[in-house]
Each structure stands twice: as structure tokens, then as C-alpha cells.
Design a protein around this ligand. Structure first.
Ligand SMILES: [Mg+2]
Ligand SMILES: [Zn+2]
Length: 180
């Protein structure tokens, strides 16, 4: 039976936004993030991180480094009882400098490649799922595959949204409350 998922952006949604975060020491959970993920776990949502990591194509850090960062993130969350079921990242950027990653891919948000791949690999019902993130690209990726979309906006940073999210919340816990 297919499952519903909570697709979660990473930077600025689960952890504090740090430009090209490139070391596990830079990880700092957003307030309430672990608790919110725990609630999604409890409610039967698969929790799937989908994150653009063009720092790899830009040569700022390697995939190995990113793997270490994600290992640490999973550990920080699990210490608070929160489980991440899968992580998908896009290492690409058309105008990158590392040749192997410098492509115009289908996975860099706002394109929905990561969500589609996750749906295939985990038998996810996209129309019963939700995409939560802090930028228009997150909303657009979610809309492209028929998810409900939630924009996390801790401060009113006044994004000019080309497509409106279904909901705007202050933090991840706000998204949980919408789902109950
Ligand atoms: Mg973000
Ligand atoms: Zn990509």
C-alpha cells in the first residue's frame, strides 16, 4: 500500500540556514524541528529530506563530506526521538565548476526530480503528501507533483511567490498542526 510522505527541505527548514553549509559543526536544529518530525513519524508520514546542495558542483565540498553532515543530522534528530526515513540531495548546478556535477538536471528544485524518485523508491502517494520548505523553489517542486505545499516563514521575508503555497507557517510544528 502506498504511503504518504512529508517532504522536508533541509536548510532553513530543519536546520538553520547557513550558506553552503559544509561541516557537521555548522548544523543547528531549528526550534521545534525535531519535535515536529517526531509528530510526522507518529502520524505515519514517511519523512523524506529533499535538499539542493549545489555546493558540490561549485567545488565547496564533496559528496563524502555531505554524507558525513547527513549522518550527524540524523544522529542529532534521533537523539530527540525523531526519525528521518530517507534523504535525497541534488549536487548539481548547470554553471558549476566540477564537471561531473555541472549539468542542467531534473532534480534541482524547483524541478521535482527528487520527489519523483522518492515516490518511485518508497511507493509514496504524492497527492496525499506534503512538501514543506522555506523558499519558492520548494513550493514549486511540491506543486509540480501534486503535493500540498507549506511555506515555512519564520520572519516575514516577503518572498514574491510566483505560485502561492497552500499554507504559510512559522515553523515545522505549524505544518504538523495543519495535518492533524
Ligand atoms: Mg531552504
Ligand atoms: Zn540535480
Amino acid at each position: 500500500m502506498s504511503r504518504r510522505a512529508a517532504f522536508l527541505d533541509r536548510d532553513g527548514t530543519i536546520v538553520q540556514g547557513v550558506e553552503y553549509l559544509s561541516s557537521p559543526e555548522e548544523l543547528a536544529l531549528m526550534p521545534n524541528a525535531a519535535n515536529a518530525i517526531k509528530q510526522f513519524n507518529k502520524r505515519g508520514y514517511l519523512t523524506v529530506i529533499v535538499t539542493n546542495q549545489s555546493g558540490i558542483a561549485r567545488g565547496y565540498f564533496t559528496e563524502e563530506r555531505l554524507t558525513g553532515i547527513h549522518r550527524r543530522l540524523i544522529e542529532m534528530l534521533s537523539r530527540e526521538g525523531a526519525r528521518i526515513d530517507a534523504i535525497y540531495y541534488c549536487p548539481h548546478l548547470a554553471e558549476g565548476i566540477i564537471e561531473a556535477y555541472s549539468i542542467d538536471c531534473q532534480c534541482r528544485k524547483p524541478r521535482p526530480g527528487m520527489l519523483l524518485r522518492a515516490a518511485r523508491e518508497h511507493d509514496i502517494n504524492l497527492s496525499a503528501s506534503i512538501m514543506i520548505g522555506d523558499t519558492p523553489a520548494d513550493v514549486m517542486a511540491g506543486k509540480a507533483v501534486g503535493c500540498k505545499t507549506v511555506l515555512v516563514q519564520p520572519h516575514n521575508n516577503g518572498f514574491d511567490m510566483p505560485e502561492n503555497p497552500d499554507f504559510i507557517v512559522k515553523d515545522l510544528m505549524g505544518a504538523v498542526l495543519l495535518m492533524s
